[in-house]
Design a protein around this ligand. Structure first.
Ligand code: ATR
Length: 315
């Protein structure tokens, strides 16, 4: 019988052909995928879960590099091989939708799926990103989203999931600020179409006439991924003393978070969101309770490993 693959190796769709490995398999698909720390997070949580229930001792989570044009083939092969659960990252969260047998209400409203569950007929879509964000805010700042005045930066896929979660969690006001205003307007229209109350959302920057102050600013743009990136907003322009959450976790301290810290504002990066979306995904696949602290510890280990591999040579 063939050996269980090492969860830290990166597989290709060719490796899925004639999959005969014993065990229960989970995978994350993306392109590129070698930066993903999900195997460390899930294996750490599964190791703790296996102590309670030996059923989890043969669960293995792997990364599969899947190019956009390979997605349909990858899903067929994963389904045939019986992969129980799949996470999707860039660029597959939206493109996967036509291949699903169904979607829950959350992922439908978000227009994207990051978690697939194998059913008798094929893969069913969920989205754990919004849950991850809500839990991350709670954990980082000690308050829930309900009743907050939120400034959301960005109007792409990440911003859409965040906005849907804000509406579902009962925020009091949501301002969507984006470099390209027409995209922010299009996002608001999409959100209204999917059932979010129109009274809640405004495009642009809040000013003091509209509100006493913003409670939370979320960076859902891709600005900050490169160390030389500027901040997506001058925080001094934002009324109030908001807590600042950056969905980016690598680098750990973006210019946005640096500026927040300089102004004495509470600030946190996106690692906690990644951890909590992972917790929710594994809950969906396992039906069991998932230890958050083990998942978080696994994330830290994985990140150290990935960073040590990407350091310039000689360091
Ligand atoms: P994702 O799915 O990760 O959200 P995306 O859909 O490409 O990725 O969205 C990227 C977001 O980052 C957008 O809001 C984009 O702004 P535009 O709609 O104006 O393009 C924002 N963004 C990317 N580069 C930016 C930059 N240099 N300055 C300001 N905003 C930027």
């Amino acid at each position: 019988m063939s050996a269980i693959p090492d969860p830290t190796t990166v597989l290709s769709i060719d490796d899925l052909k004639g999959w005969g490995h014993p065990g229960t398999f989970l995978a994350v698909l993306g392109w590129p995928i070698s930066h993903s720390i999900s195997p460390w997070m899930h294996q750490a949580a599964l190791a703790v879960m296996a102590r309670e229930n030996p059923m989890f001792s043969d669960w293995v989570y792997v990364r599969v590099e899947v190019r956009p044009e390979e997605l349909a083939c990858a899903l067929d092969r994963l389904g045939e091989a019986g992969f129980r659960g799949i996470n999707l990252t860039v660029p597959h969260k939206v493109e996967v939708l036509p291949f699903l047998v169904g979607q829950d209400e959350e992922s439908r409203a978000m227009g994207a799926a990051n978690t697939l569950r194998l059913t008798e007929n094929g893969y069913y879509g969920h989205n754990s990103d919004g849950y991850g964000l809500a839990r991350a805010v709670e954990e980082s700042f000690g308050f829930g989203l309900k009743g907050l005045r939120v400034l959301l930066l960005g109007a792409g896929g990440a911003a859409r999931a965040a906005a849907v979660q804000m509406a579902r969690s009962g925020v009091e006001g949501l301002w969507i600020h984006n470099r390209t205003q027409s995209k922010a307007e299009a996002l608001v229209a999409q959100l209204i179409d999917s059932g979010c109350p129109s009274s809640l959302m405004k495009v642009g920057m809040p000013d003091l006439k509209e509100t006493d102050g913003v409670d939370l600013v979320i960076n859902a743009t891709s600005l900050g991924l490169r160390p030389e990136d500027p901040t997506p907003v001058g925080l001094a322009l934002v009324p109030g003393k908001p807590a600042c959450y950056d969905m980016i976790y690598n680098p750990a301290r973006t210019r946005f978070l640096g500026e927040a810290a300089g102004l004495g504002l509470p600030a946190a990066n996106g690692l906690s969101m990644l951890v909590h979306q992972g917790v929710r995904s594994l809950e969906i696949w396992s039906g069991a309770s998932v230890p958050e602290s083990a998942m978080a510890e696994g994330a830290r280990t994985g990140l150290e490993k990935i960073l040590s591999e990407t350091l310039p040579s000689g360091q």
